[in-house]
Design a protein around this ligand. Structure first.
Ligand code: AMP
Length: 254
């Protein structure tokens, strides 16, 4: 049976018991509306640790757009069933008050990588991400924590933060899980209309196949995408686009 915990106190107590039993703890932070991309992280953690802890927490401080926060898909009952079916031992389900008892007065700021790509168009986004991840890592204190390559910039920032602050958890990356048509799985895909969903796979296809960035942008625009950015960084091509109101991100190795 999975144990669902809502308070930091309770989780820390349980964590101390696991330490006393010498258990290896894997941790996967998520914002819920779980899909097969998340499941691949749970499975990796379950295979590499004695106990897997998953947090489901829609972190308000990382949303630069209040409407995006309001509309973010939430389905906790479905999430719980999926976690139980995948061998997750503990679900951490905190409230804003629990995580931000300081009302977000203290924050983690990074000054270079967090300012480009997604950080350039989503002001304050990575500050919110790094702050919540540091808090969660301190609460859970895992041996390993798992992150998806789908959010590659986020993975790099978390890995560098963990080095900068001498964290013990090993930050592990997992490959992007895609639909059969190539679209990267994302909770936000649920918000696409039927028409948008049909167009969406062209994002990955063009990102992967069109070598020239200007050409790629032109092709995407012709299909109805609105470009946020497409840029190369450290042997990878990163992109963010809008289809209607939905923002999609992806990245491929060059
Ligand atoms: P989220 O719930 O979107 O914050 O994602 C939680 C974790 O799952 C992050 O580390 C994401 O990078 C990862 N993730 C999300 N979508 C995918 C995917 N399609 N493939 C692999 N990992 C993913």
């Amino acid at each position: 049976m999975m144990n669902t915990i809502t308070t930091i106190n309770e989780l820390k107590k349980l964590r101390a018991t696991l330490s006393a039993e010498n258990k290896k703890v894997g941790f996967v932070p998520t914002m819920g509306a779980l899909h097969a991309g998340h499941v691949s992280l749970f499975q990796k953690s379950v295979s590499e640790n004695d106990v897997t802890i998953v947090s489901v927490y829609v972190n308000k401080t990382q949303f630069n757009d209040p409407a995006d926060y309001e509309n973010y898909p939430r389905d906790i009952n479905k999430d719980i069933a999926l976690l139980q079916n995948n061998g997750v031992g503990i679900l951490f389900l905190p409230t804003y008050e629990e995580i931000y008892a300081d009302n977000y007065n203290y924050r983690i700021t990074e000054n270079t990588l967090s300012k480009i790509l997604c950080g350039n168009s989503r002001k304050g986004h990575f500050e919110g991400v790094l702050t919540v991840v540091l808090k969660l890592l301190n609460i859970v204190s895992p041996s390993k924590a798992y992150f998806g390559e789908k959010d590659y910039q986020q993975y790099l920032l978390i890995k560098n933060m963990s080095k900068a602050f001498f964290l013990d958890a090993k930050i592990t990356k997992c490959p992007t899980v895609r639909e059969h048509d190539g679209l990267a799985l994302s909770s936000r895909n649920l918000l696409l209309t039927i028409e948008e969903r049909k167009t969406a796979p062209n994002f990955y296809k063009i990102l992967r196949l069109e070598k020239n960035i200007m050409e790629a942008k032109a092709k995407l625009e012709k299909l109805g995408f609105v470009i946020d950015y497409i840029e190369d960084f450290e042997q990878r091509r990163f992109g963010a686009v809008y289809l209607g109101k939905v923002r999609l991100i992806d990245n491929v190795q060059l």
